[in-house]
Structure formats: structure tokens, C-alpha cells
Design a protein around this ligand. Structure first.
Ligand code: KIV
Ligand code: NA
Length: 269
């Protein structure tokens, strides 16, 4: 079963929904790979794995290290690596230099760039030079300080039209798909009908051409808060707490290690 290509993803427009989850590590990538079309090494890893308050502190080196881990742990999913804040905004040349490092050093197939009309020129520059790009419109976490916080996008008609224009510009620039985040459902639906490339929703609409969630949210592992758009499929936080409590009790009462866990002389030798 060969690895999915950007052409495979493009072919899913208006067809069977594209299944996408984030992954940051080799063991999780191994577990998810049989079940998904796309593994996204999201810059959400800054908050999920490193405890950062926003994604702004994530570096290119962090993305490359985790991109390598996810490529090693997968065979069949298309791996997309987020370009972190500051790595693409200066110029198309800066973006190409950094995106080329990501593809060359990780073996991932594509990068994802947050942005709308203002990033269209950069996206076209990259696509024309061999870097497949996934777009990301609507709520853009790297814009947190400009936005003054996070809220669903597209409530006012002007805002909805700006998101539509962003999506059109990014699709026309050559992006092979488009994450639509935190966008009013009717706007995300309209946008999905308007663009020629597949949309992948998160807090968007069931009518998007695919869906993505942060894996730690899905597993109930990241418990700071759970946004409305998350569906939890497991409670790993509970499982981890129980395991840690049981281990702690065993150590304190000398029930661990047991005879089977220690190296002793063989009996009667
Ligand atoms: O960083 C991330 O995990 C993302 C997805 C939520 C789309 O960008
Ligand atoms: Na991201």
C-alpha cells in the first residue's frame, strides 16, 4: 500500500471524505497510519507537547525533528508539516528556503502555510518550485495577537467574504487542499462549494471534503480545555493517572518490583 500523494488528495474533492489527524511522534504515527489519509505535523505541538501558551514560539527545528519522527512512523499516509510562525512571512525566497529544508530533512511530502490573499504569491512561488502546499484559512492561530484572541470566524458578512477571498486566492495559487478552521458552518460549506480543491475542516462544517482534529484532543490526553469542535474518542488522561497512581502505590509498598522483574541467581545452580 503506497504512500498517498497530493494527486490522491486532490482527487477526493466532493468524494469520500479525507481523514486527517495530527501526529507528532513515531509511535503515534505508527498507530494512526493505517486509519488516515493525511498525518499533519501541526505546530499545535508547541501547546500540546511543549506547554507553550501559543504556537508563536514553535521553531523550524522543532517542526523538522517531529516531521522526521512522523515520517519514520508512517508508510501510507501523506505527511504534511506546518511551517511555523516567522518561517515564511518575510518573502517567497525565505519561505522556499525553509520549506525546502523541511521536505529535504524530514522526507515529508508537503508543507502547510497559514494565510490568505497575502500569502498567495508565496504559495505560488513554492508550488512552481516543487513544494506542495496545503493552505489554512479561517481562524489562524498564528494571528492570535492581531486577532486579540480566538473566536469563530465569519460571523459578519464582510468577514465571511474575506475568508472566501482568502480561500479562492490560496486555491488559485496552487494549494492542493485547504484547512478551514474555526469558521461558521454555512461559510465553510459555501467555501467548499466555491473552491476547486478539497477543504479539510476543523470547527468548520460536515460538508468539508475532509476533517482534521488534534490527536491529543481525540485521545483525551490534552486536558487544559476541550474546544467545542472536538469529539473525544478516548480518555487517556484518566488511564495515565490511574497507571501512575498504581505504580506509585506499588513502589511505596514494595510490591514492585516482583521476583519476575529482577535478575537473580538461577535457582539451585
Ligand atoms: O497545528 C495544527 O494542529 C493545525 C490543525 C489543527 C489544522 O494546524
Ligand atoms: Na497549525
Amino acid at each position: 500500500d503506497r504512500r498517498r500523494t497530493v494527486r490522491d488528495i486532490l482527487g477526493r474533492k466532493g468524494a469520500e471524505p479525507i481523514v486527517c489527524l495530527t501526529a507528532y511522534t513515531t509511535p503515534i504515527a505508527r498507530l494512526l497510519d493505517p486509519h488516515v489519509d493525511v498525518l499533519l505535523v501541526g505546530d499545535s505541538l508547541g501547546m500540546v507537547l511543549y506547554g507553550l501558551p501559543t504556537t508563536l514560539g514553535v521553531t523550524l527545528d522543532m517542526m523538522i525533528a517531529h516531521g522526521q519522527a512522523v515520517v519514520r512512523g508512517s508508510q501510507r499516509a501523506l505527511v504534511v508539516v506546518d511551517m511555523p510562525f516567522g518561517s515564511v512571512q518575510e518573502s517567497p525566497a525565505q519561505a522556499f528556503r525553509n520549506a525546502a529544508r523541511v521536505l529535504a530533512e524530514t522526507g515529508a511530502t508537503a508543507v502547510k502555510i497559514e494565510g490568505g490573499q497575502e500569502m498567495a504569491e508565496t504559495i505560488a512561488f513554492l508550488v512552481a518550485r516543487g513544494v506542495p502546499v496545503m493552505g489554512h484559512v479561517g481562524l489562524r492561530p498564528q494571528m492570535v495577537h492581531t486577532l486579540g484572541g480566538f473566536r469563530a470566524q465569519g460571523r459578519e458578512e464582510a468577514e465571511a467574504q474575506a475568508i472566501m477571498a482568502d480561500a479562492q486566492a490560496v486555491a488559485e495559487a496552487g494549494a492542493f487542499s485547504l484547512v478551514v478552521e474555526g469558521t461558521l458552518a454555512p461559510v465553510a460549506t459555501r467555501l467548499t462549494q466555491a473552491v476547486s480543491v478539497p477543504t479539510i475542516g476543523i470547527g468548520a462544517s460536515v460538508d468539508c471534503d475532509g476533517q482534521v482534529l488534534v490527536i491529543d484532543d481525540v485521545l483525551g490526553l490534552f486536558s487544559d480545555f476541550t474546544p467545542r469542535f472536538v469529539r473525544r474518542y478516548a480518555d487517556l488522561s484518566g488511564a495515565v493517572s490511574e497507571a501512575a497512581a498504581a505504580y506509585s502505590a506499588d513502589v511505596r509498598t514494595r510490591r514492585f518490583p516482583g521476583p519476575e522483574h529482577v535478575f537473580g541467581l538461577k535457582a539451585s545452580v
